[in-house]
Structures are given as C-alpha cells and as structure tokens.
Design a protein. Structure first.
Length: 289
C-alpha cells in the first residue's frame, strides 16, 4: 500500500484505557480455569487507537482526555507518548483509569471485553483551554453529548474539519450530527437503530446530513456516502485474520487520513477498508504502517 505523508494537525477527544489482552483458542466456561496462549498490555480506547494509526500515517496527533491520579494513568501516558501522541492535558483527578480486560479467541476471531472506569468524561471547560488554533482537524467520540456539542460548536467556529464516531447509541447524540463534516457509524450503532445493512443506515442519515457518512459492516466491507453517491469497499476475504481488536478504530483513522490528504470518496473508503484489513492480519496496532 502507498501512503501519502502530508501532515495534518489533529486533535482527538475521547478516552484512553489500559488493555490487558489474553489470547486463547476458545472462551472458558463458568468456573473454568484455563491457561492463555499469549498476553500483552497495550493502550486502548477508540480515540487512542485511532491516534496511534494517524501518528503512523505521518500526522501531528494530540489526544484530549481526562487522567486519573493512579499508576495505570502513568502507564497509559507512557505508552501513548512512545507512539508520538501528544497529550495536551496534564492535570489528573481522583478516580480510577479506564481498564479493559480482553479475551481473544483464535478459533472464532472474536473477543470479549470487560471494561471498567469511574473517571468523569472530559468537560468543555477543560477542553476549551487547549491551544485549539493549532489544529486543522477535530475528531470526537460520540459520548458525553452535552459537553461534546459545545466542543464541536467551538471547533466549527474555527472553520476546521470535524469528524464524529458513533459506536454505541446514547441519549443526546442526535444534536452532534449537524456539526460534523464526517460521520462514522458502527454496525452495532446501526443495528441498534433498526437498520439491517450499512446501505440502509447511510441512506436514512443522508436525508438530513450533507457531509460524508460511512458505515462498516464486518466481512461485508464498508460503505461511504458523499454528495449523493454511495460507494462500497469489499472486505478482503483472502486475508488471514489474526486479531480484529482495533480494526474499526483503524478504519476511522484511515478515513480521516484519506479525506485530509485529498483522496476521492471511492479512494477514501477503499483505503480505509484495506488499512483495517491489514490490521486484522497482525497482532496490535504498532508498526501497522
């Protein structure tokens, strides 16, 4: 794959977690005691994962999130800094860092995730103190909508590109849609709204949104809607699947990169889908590009 290296300064807003990942053939049953085939510890969270990929693609990347005053936060920050991700928020607060215990099945290529956090979401007051003029692109996870809408409105006033990921349904997310230039919808989000396919989902949301819409649908590939046209990128079924964890975050990063560097809509969805497929053929996100 050939990658453009035109750099864009990007601020991603979401959460950063510590992932403890165990790989084994099949999931244990109740009261089972099993030995894992492999274990690794990584930074995780949707925005953090996308930031990792965007940094590899040559962009200047910053991640805005709250930090707990615990040792896990220290480890997460170290892992992110090693991956050339800037962390503009330095203060920490009482609480426990987001932590995910993940089990990967090599037999089914699926995963189980147990996630815990008691850390408040990043608020608008803290976010607006960042050097916002330094960024050309703002990306948001679809969470904490009452504060996120104010962040997006402030970013809109700066005349910058704005992308929004909607992974899970949450009350109040509808108010965010008109403020985004690029909206990335997950299959679980679409199915929670009653849609049976990515195309059906995008056709519905395109009635009230004039920007770019995209939705991934597992082995069926990814769809993108732009300027009245629907584009489809087939999944590469010949690829040997090793690890699907973070594939959706990789797709989102690939789409941001493709649009930011001027690819056509059909090229953008194809690039993002191929990058996500490449991710599934390796363990983790490091050295993806």
């Amino acid at each position: 794959m050939t990658y453009s290296r035109a750099m864009v300064s990007i601020l991603l807003t979401g959460i950063a977690a510590l992932d403890i990942i165990h790989s084994l053939d099949t999931y244990p049953g109740a009261d089972d005691e099993v030995r894992a085939d492999a274990r690794r510890i990584s930074c995780g969270g949707n925005a953090a994962n996308s930031a990792n990929v965007l940094a590899q693609l040559g962009h200047s990347v910053s991640l805005a999130c709250n930090w707990a005053d615990d040792l896990i936060a220290t480890e997460i920050r170290a892992l992110l800094s090693q991956r050339n991700i800037n962390l503009p928020i330095h203060t920490s607060m009482p609480g426990q860092s987001p932590l995910s215990c993940i089990t990967l099945s090599s037999q089914t290529h699926s995963r189980n995730i147990i996630h815990y956090r008691d850390l408040p979401e990043l608020d608008f007051k803290t976010w607006q103190q960042l050097p916002l003029d330094n960024y050309l692109w703002f990306h948001f996870e679809g969470r904490n909508p009452d504060h996120t809408v104010r962040m997006m409105q402030a970013a809109r006033d700066l005349n910058c590109h704005i992308s929004l990921e909607l992974e899970k349904p949450r009350d109040g997310l509808d108010q965010l849609l008109p403020l985004a230039d690029v909206i990335m919808l997950s299959r679980p989000y679409a199915e929670a709204h009653g849609f049976a396919s990515a195309r059906e989902c995008l056709e519905y949301f395109s009635r009230n949104h004039q920007g770019i819409l995209s939705c991934t649908w597992g082995q069926q590939g990814a769809w993108l809607y732009s300027r009245g046209q629907m584009y489809h990128a087939q999944a590469q079924t010949t690829a040997r699947i090793v690890d699907t964890l973070g594939a959706g975050d990789t797709y989102n990063a690939g789409l941001i990169h493709a649009i930011a560097t001027g690819m056509r809509a059909d090229q953008a969805v194809d690039f993002a889908a191929r990058l996500a497929t490449t991710k599934t053929t390796q363990t983790g996100l490091d050295q993806l590009v």
